[in-house]
Design a protein around this ligand. Structure first.
Ligand code: AMP
Length: 518
């Protein structure tokens, strides 16, 4: 392979969604294109099933989810970064990273049927993902055998795709991204070839799934009242109920009424549901997105008048209640023709191409004009979470979060703090880092301990050590430390509460490399 060239391997963007995953690449003319899976579909359900004969991912796994719910994993994205979550089947244990890696492996191997070898990828994450979830996503890519060149925030990806596809004018846009399991709202300014994020906020536990859940409970209650039996008691009946609820929700996006069949223990119920009723059942969920949206605008220092465009993305924005809310809040017509399912993967593919071009590598498959145009693009993101240290307040003697890097700081960014050793001969300092705005550390996300070790021996108390905390462009946290006496760099490491160690990632990658997806 010629140096400085991608040599026939495609760089791709992958939208690893809670309910659906997609893969895109940039064609010769610089246009992002979604690649179909082996079933000929552009959207692959993010579902993994373990059958007696092998592993299924996608549409076939969805069928298994109904027949064998206990051998199937849905919505694993919600578990990313959760150290307690494990899936056990046939004597084997899987982490959220490895389950996600199986989804990535499926979209990668299917895409290869169409576009040839795929090795390098950009994977998207909700803007609001914290460090542990971002790391878990990168690790999932590595386990799947991908070289993850970057992770990019979903709203940034949407803005990129939208901005390029439509040769959008300069100005400030608001990206309202309501997917299957997460919600993000981001204010982004397009200035020529620059896409600058001004502020972002969201909820990693709010998405279409929560709308489904309201319907599941509503239908189960109606069924229980009628037949004195609760389908939620049985995993298989419950799995069917989830599917019917989601179908009904989608029908209600197009029609005023839907009828939902529910069966359990030999009883059959058929429930008529009006859109109005569905909206009343879920209006508090919508109100939460409104609150976050208004807050982000304030943080960005922009009013609705300053927003040139509202970009709705994520499958759940098809619900008429969302469109109405966006129009009511913004006072603008909200572009309904935006391909809400595709923009994130498309933007990720553009970002992947831009990353490669910025590293001065030539992409053989990309035309000269497109390379020139895409090479000019720059994106600037912000930190979705403040980074803080847990300290003991000398006045109150209570522990509190001392914020080092405020939320919405432009990335990359770093801050240095100087510490004194507390006793003679101290060679190690341990600091606790958290992500979040709340003064109370228990209301924040604990990242883990920063361990500064190998300080010079035999030094008196009061020796100075400078610790630098930084967020890189991806929103990942790093620390470095320097002994002020000698100016020497000393070892500083974040011992994370969650996540896999490098050796575990390598081991999982080995384990997965011998497993095939049918
Ligand atoms: P995403 O993760 O962005 O692909 O979004 C998937 C979510 O969009 C799931 O919760 C789907 O149920 C939801 N969704 C897809 N189509 C519709 C529709 N027509 N009406 C309402 N929700 C939808």
């Amino acid at each position: 392979m010629a140096e400085g060239s991608t040599g026939g391997e495609r760089v791709v963007g992958i939208d690893l969604g809670t309910t659906l995953s997609k893969l895109a690449y940039v064609d010769e003319s610089g246009r992002p294109v979604l690649v179909p899976n082996a079933e000929g579909e552009l959207l692959t359900p993010s579902i993994v099933a373990f059958t007696k004969t092998g592993i299924l991912v996608g549409r076939d796994a969805r069928r298994e989810a109904l027949a064998n719910p206990s051998r199937t994993v849905l919505h694993v994205k919600r578990q990313m970064g959760n150290p307690k979550w494990r899936f056990k089947v046939d004597g084997e244990t899987y982490t959220p990273e490895t389950i996600s890696a199986l989804i990535l492996k499926k979209v990668k191997q299917d895409a290869e049927l169409h576009i040839g070898p795929v090795r390098r990828a950009v994977i998207t994450v909700p803007a609001y993902f914290d460090d542990a979830r971002r790391k878990a996503t990168e690790d999932a890519g590595a386990i799947a055998g991908l070289k993850v060149i970057d992770i990019v925030n979903e709203p940034t990806a949407s803005a990129l795709a939208y901005g390029l596809a439509r040769a959008a004018q300069d100005g400030v846009s608001l990206v309202y991204d309501l997917g299957g399991g997460t919600f993000d709202v981001t204010v982004i300014e397009k200035r020529g070839n620059e896409f600058i994020t001004l502020a972002t906020d969201g909820d990693v536990e709010l998405g279409g799934k929560d709308w489904d859940e309201r319907l599941v409970n509503h239908l189960a209650e109606r069924f229980r009242k009628e037949f004195n039996a609760d389908p939620r008691e049985d995993p298989q009946a419950l799995a069917y109920l989830w599917v019917s609820a989601e179908e009904a929700k989608k029908t209600l996006s197009r029609r005023e009424k839907a009828s939902v069949p529910v069966s359990y223990k030999g009883h059959w119920g058929n429930y008529e549901l009006a859109r109005e009723e569905f909206e009343a059942l879920t209006e508090d969920l919508l109100a939460m997105t409104q609150l976050t949206t208004e807050m982000v605008l304030e943080e960005a220092g922009v009013t609705w008048n300053g927003i040139a465009k509202v970009i709705p993305t994520g499958g759940s924005v098809r619900m008429p209640m969302v469109q109405r809310l966006l129009e009511k809040m913004s006072g603008k017509t909200v572009a309904a023709e935006v391909p809400v399912d595709e923009t994130v993967a498309q933007g990720a593919a553009i970002h992947a191409t831009v990353c490669v071009l910025h590293s001065n590598e030539r992409i053989r498959e990309l035309g000269a004009e497109a390379a020139e145009r895409l090479g000019r693009i720059h994106t600037i993101d912000v930190a979705a979470h403040a980074l803080g240290l847990i300290i003991k307040d000398v006045r109150t003697l209570q522990y509190r979060n001392d914020i080092l890097i405020p939320k919405n700081s432009r990335l990359p960014t770093s801050v240095a703090k100087t510490y004194q050793t507390a006793y003679d001969g101290q060679q190690k300092i341990v600091l606790q880092v958290v992500q979040g705005d709340a003064p109370d550390p228990s209301a924040c996300i604990v990242i883990g301990a920063v361990e500064v070790t190998d300080l010079p021996a035999g030094r008196p108390a009061g020796s100075l050590v400078k610790v630098t905390y930084s967020y890189d462009r991806k929103g990942r946290i790093h620390v470095t430390a320097e002994d002020q006496g000698t100016g020497r760099t000393v070892s500083a490491e974040i011992v994370r509460q969650a996540g896999l160690k490098a050796a575990q990632v390598a081991e999982e990658a080995r384990r997965l490399s011998v497993k095939s997806i049918e």
